[in-house]
Ligand binder design. Structure first.
Ligand code: ADP
Ligand code: TYD
Length: 213
């Protein structure tokens, strides 16, 4: 694959939501369900574990400080590598007919970076990714910032750059703004995340099963 081509064949589902909304829980539940049906699945996430993703994690924990546009650009570089790298790039998987489930994709950039940087700039910068691979659907797990912060507090100790109530409230608003802006181009599924994991998984399944029938 190179950046001039479009990926086709497999289904690509991106999970989105504010920190602690339950994305990785739901990504795992959906992946398990599909594996049990005998469908080939590749589970992945952003920021990645590749070198640019590792650098981003040092920024998120505050070990490295830099400008917000630089952060947005690093996430874009990480995403392009996520799509195109020769070892386990998503585009290669999709070409091989594998179903890819990613915990975060470009809507995370639209929402998180547009708090500080113009949203259209972020969307334009990421258009190379949208041209390469638009998700079959983007599943947004909708929880209140209070609920997500509660879950984060119960689940782990280290808090990251974006994990304050004020910030998550703004990020959630930006997600909604991005969904509205791109509603004609993107297939967006919003599910109520303030339910048990099993109920959320059922609601998601009812919306995505059409890709596997
Ligand atoms: P994210 O990937 O969005 O950060 P996680 O799936 O890691 O979220 O969930 C964050 C925390 O909340 C974890 O401790 C997880 O066990 C818990 N959790 C996930 N889904 C639910 C839910 N529906 N209700 C209550 N707690 C949940
Ligand atoms: P992650 O480790 O997935 O956090 P969580 O499990 O809490 O959702 O993501 C790390 C952080 O990176 C998260 O706060 C969202 C942020 N982020 C961006 O700011 N831009 C992006 O493009 C992506 C993919 C994530």
């Amino acid at each position: 694959m190179n950046s001039e081509q479009k990926c086709k064949n497999g289904v690509f589902i991106a999970f989105e939501g504010i920190d602690g909304s339950g994305k990785s829980t739901q990504a795992k539940l959906l992946a398990k369900r599909l594996k049990d049906m005998g469908i080939k699945i590749y589970e992945t996430r952003e920021p990645t574990d590749a070198p640019v993703g590792a650098l981003i994690r040092q920024i998120l924990t505050g070990r490295i400080k830099t400008d917000n546009k630089v952060i947005a650009a690093l996430f874009l570089a990480d995403r392009l590598d996520h799509l195109l790298n020769n070892t386990d790039g998503i585009c290669g998987k999709i070409e091989d007919g594998v179903t890819v489930i990613s915990d975060r994709y470009y809507f995370s950039s639209y929402a998180y970076h547009s708090v500080d940087v113009d949203m259209d700039w972020v969307i334009n910068a990421n258009s190379i990714c949208a041209d390469l691979l638009r998700p079959s659907c983007t599943v947004f797990i909708d929880v209140t910032p209070d609920e997500s912060l509660d879950r984060i507090a119960k689940g782990r100790y280290q808090s990251e750059l974006f994990e304050t109530k004020e910030r998550l409230t703004l990020v959630k608003e930006k997600y909604m703004e991005a969904f509205e802006k791109l509603k004609d181009k993107e297939n967006i599924i919003i599910v109520n995340g303030n339910q048990t994991p099993e109920k959320i998984a059922e609601a998601i399944w009812n919306k995505v099963k059409c890709y596997f029938e």
